[in-house]
Design a protein around this ligand. Structure first.
Ligand code: 13P
Length: 241
């Protein structure tokens, strides 16, 4: 089963969400793909209803590292669950960069999500400097080891390999790099947990060019930012799968 997951980031408002679903009604999305949308939490409740009615998964974009209590401005995993989250992004590079999230915080968040029956979609990936210094595998290994340090069972986790330098830049990683790095992630998981999980690619995925990525046999789908805001573009990517 392939996954196609939208990340709407902080780039969408009520009017665009309504437009997305209006276009969605007239669209024929291919079957045999698991679809999901990561929605800003203020819109999650209303959006989750429509998504679930159509068999799509509803997701959060962030979760508090703590279970509950005096954490002004945060949303707990239980709150996300109550408004319909099936999954939640964690460790996205924008959270790491702008909100100083480290692997230890991300690990706490993964635990909160699993305890509340929400699938964590863990994002990992190297910066441009790390890529140029040929440190990608080292970075991926450290992120996997630290983010999943005390996790016993990875069955409910999904991973997205998102090179930081490919996010929102229009630069996609090469087929060779995507293949090498996703294979590597799966090897690490197999070694540590005795099993692997779905691994998606993210970073400037657009309709048309995405077919080449989906031909790579170890790629289990895509996590899409910009091109997921418009239903026609998102459908174009689905058709490439
Ligand atoms: P873009 O598809 O806009 O590059 O964003 C990718 C991403 O960050 C998905 O989480």
């Amino acid at each position: 089963m392939k996954y196609l997951i939208a990340n709407w980031k902080m780039s969408i408002y009520n009017a665009q969400i309504d437009q997305f679903f209006k276009d969605f009604k007239r669209s024929q999305f291919p079957l045999n793909i698991t679809y999901g949308v990561s929605v800003p939490s203020v819109y999650l409740q209303k959006t989750a209803l429509t998504l679930k009615k159509n068999g799509w998964l509803a997701g959060g974009q962030n979760v508090a590292f703590a279970e509950s209590g005096a954490y002004t401005g945060e949303n707990s995993a239980k709150m996300l669950k109550e408004v319909g989250a099936d999954f939640c992004l964690v460790g996205h590079s924008e959270r790491r960069t702008y909100f100083n999230e480290d692997n230890q915080t991300i690990n706490k968040k993964i635990n909160r999500l699993l305890n509340n029956d929400i699938k964590p979609l863990l994002c990992i990936g190297e910066t441009l400097q790390e890529y140029e210094n040929k440190q990608t595998k080292k970075v991926l290994l450290k992120q996997l080891k630290e983010c999943l340090c005390d996790i016993k069972d990875v069955s409910n986790i999904i991973i997205a390999y998102e090179p930081v330098w490919a996010i929102g830049t229009g630069k996609t990683a090469s087929v060779k790099d995507i293949k090498t790095n996703i294979q590597y992630i799966k090897q690490v998981l197999q070694k540590k947990f005795g099993k692997t999980v779905p691994v998606l690619y993210g970073g400037s995925v657009k309709p048309g060019m995405s077919a080449d990525i989906f031909k790579i046999d170890c790629v289990d789908g895509a996590l899409v930012g910009g091109a997921s805001l418009n239903c026609a573009d998102f459908l174009g990517i689905a058709k490439d799968m």
